[in-house]
Ligand binder design. Structure first.
Ligand code: 5AD
Ligand code: FES
Length: 431
């Protein structure tokens, strides 16, 4: 039996906190109920997990993990023998993977010249916790107007060379319908920070989409008030993406001169409180980002217990103050993806467009290093080249159907299938 390798008090509460999201994934997959138990003088005392309901009266089974921690599985006897082995193995792997990784260890991995073992481990963890399927999210970039002036972003308000567009509510709805017809079970509505769309307009649009298209909806429209987030959630938005970009407050405020780091973090808390499935992330290789800062980003992504984590390399845009700075490297991005997979186990992690834009094989490489989501573009082709967050973005001449066929081939080329369900966050299942 393994000894816990970290300080007792902190380690037990850490496992207690992490357990429900792990358990949710296993419960959804195997129709069992899991408890984490503290083993004291041979007695198993409840630590965390759902209480078994009346339907769980199928006998339980105890899986000791360490001298003091074990998992009780209700519904065990309904499982076929090979599935029992899988559940027990998942519990052991969860414990192994949940051991605290120090900042120094993360930095050492990021520095490594030979990350093959790390990437392989991430691929194994992805297979064990998320399975083989890739989830598709149809991306509608509906407005490239932005009120803010982030130094890295091509949509920043000071970029006067960029022609601006806004899709009408009808156009957005048509794109959502098209996404549904292409088989996507999630649409992502993304824009700059654009106050043009009144909250009522967005809510009506959301209701219409949710009524008429069989899909989950993710919003990615930046910082808003609590009230706006509440109304959007009520109107049917399921998920929200809001990257913190960098966990270093000083760097954050330098790169985002009209934003505050605290406000960003507060928005993430609000979104969680309102019951959204929440995604965040950062950029890799931002000017001024050290490996220590990147390690802190990665540990923060772990500790925020997110449903979705989207990251990508920084790509210098010529019409921004960061023109001419070096781009983030694909190798470093892959190590970050792998570490995030290993540390979060079941987060939904996209192989992002930025990865595909700096490396023609970038998205395939990410799918092999822990990623399990692709976000094919469904924006009407005529608008695509204007959503120029960074230069040399892929897919700007393609039509929605082209991207749909392309991502099928892409997933297949790395031996993966396409998921048919909504691909909700695993953390959601525990609710
Ligand atoms: N390079 C790469 N990614 C960028 N983003 C913004 N500007 C750039 C850039 N120059 C990312 C940010 C933002 C997301 C929509 O795009 O992380 O959250
Ligand atoms: Fe708008 Fe970056 S300039 S979020």
């Amino acid at each position: 039996m393994k000894e816990l390798s970290v300080g007792k008090e902190t380690s037990i509460s850490r496992f207690t906190d992490l357990f429900p999201s792990f358990a949710g994934g296993v419960e959804g997959k195997y129709s069992v109920t899991l408890h984490l138990a503290h083993i004291l003088n041979r007695r198993w005392e409840y630590l965390s997990g759902r209480m078994p309901g009346p339907e769980s009266d199928y006998g339980s089974h105890r899986i000791p993990l360490t001298n003091e921690l074990g998992v009780i599985v209700y519904g065990w006897h309904r499982l076929a023998a090979d599935l029992q082995v899988e559940v027990a193995e998942a519990c052991r792997q969860w414990l192994d993977g949940s051991k605290a990784m120090s900042k120094e260890e993360v930095v050492a991995h990021l520095k490594s010249d030979d990350p093959r073992a790390l990437l392989q481990e991430a691929d194994r963890v992805r297979q064990a916790f998320c399975g083989n399927a890739v989830h598709l999210r149809g991306l509608i970039e509906f407005s490239n107007h932005c009120q803010r002036d982030c130094l890295y972003c091509g949509l920043r308000r000071s970029n006067q060379k960029l022609p601006r567009y806004r899709m009408s509510a009808d156009e957005i709805f048509e794109s959502a319908k098209q996404a549904g017809a292409l088989g996507y079970k999630t649409i992502v509505m993304q824009s700059g920070v654009d106050g043009f769309y009144r909250i009522e307009v967005l809510c009506d649009l959301l209701k219409k989409i949710k009524n008429e298209v069989d899909c989950a909806v993710t919003l990615c429209i930046g910082e808003r008030s609590y009230e706006d987030y509440r109304k959007l959630r009520e109107a049917g938005a399921d998920r929200y993406l809001l990257r913190f970009e960098t966990s270093d407050k000083e760097l954050f405020e330098k790169l985002k001169p009209d934003s505050s780091y605290e406000q960003r973090r507060l928005c993430l808390d609000w979104l969680k409180e309102l019951g959204y499935q929440v995604g965040s992330g950062n950029m890799i290789g931002l000017p001024g980002q050290t490996l220590e800062i990147l390690a802190e980003d990665i540990l923060l992504l772990r500790d925020l217990n997110l449903d979705m984590i989207g990251i990508g390399p920084f790509i210098a845009h010529p019409e921004t103050p960061l023109a001419g700075e070096p781009n983030g490297a694909m190798a470093l991005t892959l190590k970050a993806v792998a570490l995030i997979r290993i540390l979060t186990q079941n987060a939904l992690i996209p192989a992002t467009t930025a990865m595909g834009s700096i490396d023609p094989e970038g998205r395939q490489k990410a799918l092999r290093a822990g990623a399990n989501v692709i976000m094919p573009n469904v924006t009407p082709t005529k608008y695509r080249c204007y959503y120029e967050i960074y230069p040399h973005k892929i897919c700007i001449n393609e039509r929605p159907g082209d991207c749909a066929s392309c991502v099928q081939v892409l997933a297949g080329s790395v031996g993966r299938t396409i998921a048919k369900d909504y691909g909700h966050g695993f953390k959601k299942i525990r609710a």
